[in-house]
Ligand binder design. Structure first.
Ligand SMILES: [Zn+2]
Length: 291
């Protein structure tokens, strides 16, 4: 999933991409995974619905322009079936009915009805914005339930080595395998049960991009814990988890991750960090979260 060279040299396109994703060097990256998808984007990086309505409208307008561009890039005249983003917001659900306009006076936002949307958090900035808003609410509910039950949270960040030219799809596939191994292989499963027992977790998969280092996919895992660990304990667990993660990465065909790039941090405030992580997808593993 590398950027088509014909677009890389298009200053207008690159400018638009940078403005949207606020791409920064991979060195400065921090990190996010499960059933449903959601995309972290500028909406999860500080541009909240409560902010100035004009800014929100401008942001939506910009997102729709990006969606158009995404559709242009992914449109292939040779294909019979196009990527859904190509028709996002352009086709009626019920062809017999007209497109309607609904206005919500409480927030001053209008929306169309009877239109199909693609629902892709990866390639559609418009849908990703809307889904992210819902994911934020779910996360807030999870955090409230966590507080009500006296649980604690820690955020685990898992990264992998990546280089310019790496194929994103391949990286994500290998990372997913490594993460699955981390949860299910006997050594790591027993370690977690003994030393870092989680009541549940929510994983967010984040992908950033820089012209120097290419795609930088990583996981942010919000861990729900029934005990509060000291800073020293967390450092020890982080070191030991790193060894286990490194082992799973190598076995999954990835390089050995850099020790400095992973982290395990505790505190309710980490929810805010997690929630504000910028990039492509947030997904939740509801089955792992026990209320
Ligand atoms: Zn869409």
């Amino acid at each position: 999933m590398q950027i088509n060279p014909k677009y890389r040299n298009n200053p207008a396109f690159n400018k638009a991409l940078s403005a949207h994703s606020e791409v920064t060097s991979a060195k400065k990256m921090g990190a996010l995974g499960t059933n449903t998808k959601s995309c972290s984007n500028r909406s999860t990086q500080g541009l909240q619905p409560s902010a100035d309505t004009a800014k929100i409208k401008a942001y939506r307008k910009f997102n729709i322009k990006l969606k158009e561009r995404s559709g242009e890039i992914l449109f292939n005249p040779k294909n019979k079936n196009q990527n859904r983003v190509c028709g996002c917001g352009k086709r009626r659900i019920d062809k017999e009915m007209p497109v309607g306009v609904q206005f919500d006076a409480s927030n001053g936002v209008a929306r169309y009805s009877n239109l199909q949307y693609c629902g892709s958090v990866w390639v559609c900035p418009d849908c990703s914005y809307k889904i992210s808003q819902e994911r934020k609410k779910e996360l807030a509910e999870a955090m409230k339930a966590c507080r009500d039950k006296g649980l604690h949270v820690a955020m685990l960040t898992l990264t992998v080595p990546h280089y310019l030219g790496d194929d994103l799809k391949t990286l994500l596939k290998k990372m997913s395998k490594a993460k699955h191994s981390l949860w299910t292989n006997r050594n790591s499963r027993e370690y977690l049960a003994d030393q870092f027992q989680m009541m549940g977790h929510i994983t967010a998969t984040e992908v950033k991009y820089s012209d120097n280092n290419g795609f930088h996919p990583h996981f942010h895992i919000l861990c729900f814990l029934d005990k509060q660990y000291s800073k020293e304990d967390l450092q020890t667990i982080e070191s030991e988890l790193y060894e286990l993660w490194a082992e799973k990465c190598v076995k999954s065909g990835l390089g050995k991750p850099n020790r400095r790039n992973g982290s395990l941090e505790s505190g309710q405030e980490k929810y805010a960090v997690f929630d504000n992580v910028g990039s492509l997808r947030i997904s939740t593993n509801g089955s792992k979260y026990k209320r």
